[in-house]
Design a protein around this ligand. Structure first.
Ligand code: ANZ
Length: 849
């Protein structure tokens, strides 16, 4: 007879889906509640691999689930199709990045169709289409109008290999995120987006995501933004009119400042050095050259020897008039705070290391041996059981002198040698100092952030041209809106080889334009945008991917956005998510969206590994997505992935059994095949035990899916299929109404994981397609009794009775039930139980005399 033919089933249902396009989102007249489910869109570099197979399996589970639950689901797919890999591949092959990119996209589309992903195929977008990047340019100009896009010259991260600048977020451990080359600093004039203006909101709004985003991602975002609270303090530098401001988290220690440090590459350092002796000027220049070769990470390492140059100038402490020698030293960074610090060596370890290296004075202003009220001491007991004095080990302040011990006093304590602050604890001293600084006009409360503005210029070809014009007289003006999109020139004749300037600069004709105000000749901006601009708002473009008169439809955004479920890899925990959150807030401020966070909930999947390491082309351990489906079929791959473990855990591909999944699917299919009752049987007349398994799963699966416990749902489906098989083969048989009921529930739930098989089962069971659109069956509460198991009761080694008991029964309860059981009592007669061994919930063993 006919058997389960995964391949034929797949072909059949893919053709039907292509024809009927059943997974389009409903339009305006659709009154169902809405869910926007989105997988992070793929980058078309080469073929998809198992990491994609995993991520997009989860996306499809969630999308299909909400459809079954009665929602109007939007689940679109698009391609993040600008960027370096395409350009590099094109250079290697001497091809057009366009051709390479779109060929890969075609392959991806084919794979997704083969996977049975339930996309709304009418909404495809590619960010490299002019129809899309038009709106990047539009967005850029809106940010420019709002003063959120600007140009500045500053030292930037430069990748010598890719010959382009990188955003801070694209530098990982001092290296280029893409190619691993060590990043160097280069002074360049570049375009930035003013994300720092949104730092507080980006931080504070994370609170509303708590519980909906992985806590790890929230933590990483918080650290990345890195808000510190303290004060800005203005110092006079002798012989200089303008004051210099420093940021400090410890304004309470101002009386303990003994020197002053500026970042060597700051303008201030250059200015001060210029006025120094020839000897200092020379040493400063040498030092600057050396520092230019260091990475930020190196500079911030606490354990490296301190270096610096005394600039022969003095700063004046605003609270006591003390003269502080000014040094240039690399442990102070140019682009944090104000690029200068007041050094308090007694209470800051890096300042102390520096002071000890150069014999600078150390002045203690916080007595850390003094008890501090308001803190709760932990009382420990010594060997005799006597309390050890909390927080004080008997040392005197003299014992702790940092100049001698080399250990800065960073703990709590009371202020000393600090005038009006004496006797105060840290918190009160900080408040008092800020008050005094504000009164005297030499300081104010301030915050500082790790977050830097987002550098968006790239010196590469395959990206969105920056829609600005450089006029002859040095003005920079937007390309008039009616001239957008400003499309890329033909790649023919352009040299794409990375050489530090944008290849667009070589497109002589393209570069020529006119000043829209004067009509004079002018030049285009030769740089392209960071592709993270493209991906920061694409979720809105899916709402009208083909519109030519707007970026996205505001009304539709009210209806659909924000995204309810966003699914993708944790590698995007900072970059992409931060940028998308920023852009969303800007759009909110523009009145274009009515929400401030783009992704209401976030699911991060683990990685797919092979032999314990991340799959990658370079390691040669890449399993390609399309190839993985050939033998077992798409459904088996999807089931195997879903069954492999918790979503957030890594999957070892060797441990994943597509064979096991295939067998399970064949068993499920066979159940539907064997059902011999008609669709109108009365389920209530079916086998109660099987009905209970069915209804328990119908009741539990929604919660499990919402908690992303997909593997548990698959395991429970396997149980249901086995229970059904048992009734068919050794119970009431294939005509039992409970068998049909179970098979139908199986098809419905299996649709989340194995949609081709599920559709086939649904049809075999006599229903019209598509099970993918069928409404979830309600569980019957009367069938939701607790899971029960069969416990065996032995008397002197012989089984005398079996008991149906709740699976979670305790040993005491089980023993009591056994002792009270009629058959047990009969077998015992007048014998006495002398010993009972109980293993709940399975066995009770009595011994008698
Ligand atoms: C005086 C002081 C005394 C400081 C003290 C700390 C402890 P976070 O928490 O990272 O924000 N600082 C300020 N600007 C800097 C720069 N550009 N490069 C390196 N260090 C810089 O650190 C803020 C503290 O780091 C500031 O507070 C400043 O040192 C230093 F007992 O000021 B503090």
């Amino acid at each position: 007879g006919e058997g389960f033919d995964a391949y034929a089933i797949q072909q059949k249902w893919q053709a039907r889906w292509s024809e009927a396009d059943p997974f389009r989102a409903g339009g305006h007249d659709d009154t169902r509640p809405r869910k926007y489910v989105l997988g992070m869109f793929p980058y078309p570099s080469g073929d998809l691999h198992m990491g994609h197979a995993e991520s997009y399996a989860y996306v499809d589970i969630v999308a299909r689930f909400w459809r079954h639950r009665g929602y109007n689901v939007l689940n679109p797919i698009g391609w993040d199709s600008f960027g370096l890999p395409a350009e590099n591949a094109a250079i290697q092959r001497g091809a057009d990045p366009r051709a390479w990119t779109y060929a890969n996209i075609e392959q991806h589309k084919k794979s997704f169709r083969e996977y049975g992903s339930s996309y709304d195929w009418s909404r495809i977008l590619h960010t490299s289409d002019p129809e899309y990047y038009h709106w990047n340019q539009w967005l850029f100009q809106r940010l420019y109008e709002r003063d959120l896009a600007y140009r500045k010259e500053s030292p930037v991260n430069w990748c010598p290999h890719d010959q382009t600048v990188l955003a801070n977020e694209q530098v990982v451990d001092g290296r280029c995120e893409r190619c691993g080359t060590e990043v160097v600093k280069k002074k360049l004039t570049q375009w930035y987006f003013k994300i720092t203006q949104y730092a507080d909101r980006l931080l504070d709004d994370l609170n509303q995501l708590e519980g909906f985003w992985p806590s790890k991602v929230i933590r990483m975002q918080r650290n990345w933004i890195g808000r510190s609270i303290g004060a800005d303090i203005d110092f006079t530098i002798e012989g200089r009119d303008e004051k210099v401001t420093v940021f400090s988290t410890r304004p309470d220690t101002l009386h303990g400042a003994t020197f002053f440090v500026v970042a060597p590459e700051s303008d201030l350092a250059a200015e001060l050095a210029a006025g120094a002796s020839a000897d200092v000027r020379m040493r400063f220049q040498d030092y600057l050259d050396r520092v230019g070769k260091e990475s930020e990470i190196e500079r911030q390492a606490t354990d490296r020897p301190k270096t610096g140059v005394f600039l022969e100038r003095y700063a004046v402490n605003p609270v006591n008039g003390e003269r502080l020698p000014v040094w240039a030293a690399d442990y102070v960074l140019a682009d944090y705070g104000h690029g200068a610090v007041m050094a308090v060596p007694a209470h800051d370890q890096r300042d102390l290391d520096f002071a000890r290296a150069f014999d600078l004075p150390v002045k203690v202003v916080v007595d850390t041996t003094a008890p501090v009220t308001g803190s709760i001491p932990v009382i420990e007991l010594d060997d005799n059981g006597d309390p050890i004095d909390p927080g004080f080990d008997g040392s005197t302040l003299a014992d702790l002198d940092p100049a001698v011990t080399g250990v800065a006093l960073t703990g709590e304590g009371r202020l000393i040698n600090s005038g009006t602050l004496d006797g105060l604890n840290k918190r009160n001293a900080v408040a008092r100092m800020i008050e005094e600084l504000e009164r005297s006009g030499s300081g104010r409360a301030a915050k500082s952030y790790r977050l830097r503005d987002w550098l968006i210029s790239r010196q590469r070809f395959w990206g969105t041209p920056i829609p600005m014009i450089h006029t002859e007289d040095g003005r920079i003006v937007p390309v008039p809106g009616d001239q957008l999109p400003l499309t890329l020139p033909d790649v023919k004749g352009l040299d794409l080889t990375p050489k530090g300037t944008s290849p667009l600069g070589g497109a002589a004709e393209w570069m020529q334009t006119v000043d829209p105000e004067t009509g004079e000749a002018a030049l285009r901006d030769p740089d392209t945008m960071d592709t993270f601009v493209d991906s920061s708002w694409y979720f809105l473009r899916f709402l009208s991917p083909n519109a030519t008169d707007h970026a996205f439809p505001v009304e539709e955004a009210h209806r659909w956005a924000p995204v309810d479920s966003y699914i993708g890899g944790v590698e995007h925990a900072i970059l992409h998510l931060l940028y998308a959150r920023f852009l969303t807030k800007v759009l909110f401020d523009m009145g274009l969206v009515d929400f401030t966070e783009p992704f209401s909930s976030l699911i991060n999947q683990g990685m797919v590994l092979l032999s314990g390491s991340k799959m990658s082309k370079s390691k040669g351990n890449l399993v390609e997505f399309a190839a993985s489906m050939v033998d077992p079929g798409a459904d088996a791959v999807r089931v195997a992935i879903a069954f492999a473990g918790p979503v957030e855990d890594d999957i070892n591909w060797e441990d994943v059994s597509t064979t096991g999944a295939q067998k399970f699917l064949a068993r499920a299919w066979r159940v539907a095949h064997d059902v011999s009752s008609a669709p109108d049987v009365v389920w209530a007349e079916g086998d109660t035990a099987l009905r209970r398994v069915t209804h328990r799963l119908l009741a539990d699966a929604p919660g499990l899916v919402e908690q992303t416990k997909f593997n548990v749902v698959v395991a429970r489906l396997m149980e249901l299929v086995n229970a059904t098989r048992k009734v068919i083969d050794t119970g009431a048989g294939p005509a039992d109404p409970a068998v049909r009921e179970a098979a139908e529930a199986t098809a419905m739930i299996l649709d989340l994981f194995a949609p081709h098989t599920a559709e086939e089962m649904w049809e075999m069971l006599g229903y019209e397609p598509f099970v993918g659109l069928a409404t979830w069956r309600q569980a019957d509460p009367t069938l939701l009794v607790e899971d029960s198991v069969t416990a065996v009761v032995q008397i002197d080694g012989k089984v005398r009775a079996t008991l149906e008991v709740p699976a979670r029964i305790s040993s005491d309860e089980l023993e009591a039930a056994a002792r009270a059981d009629e058959r047990v009592l009969r077998s015992l007669g007048d014998k006495q139980i002398v010993r009972a061994i109980v293993r709940a919930p399975k066995v009770v063993s009595f011994s008698t005399r």
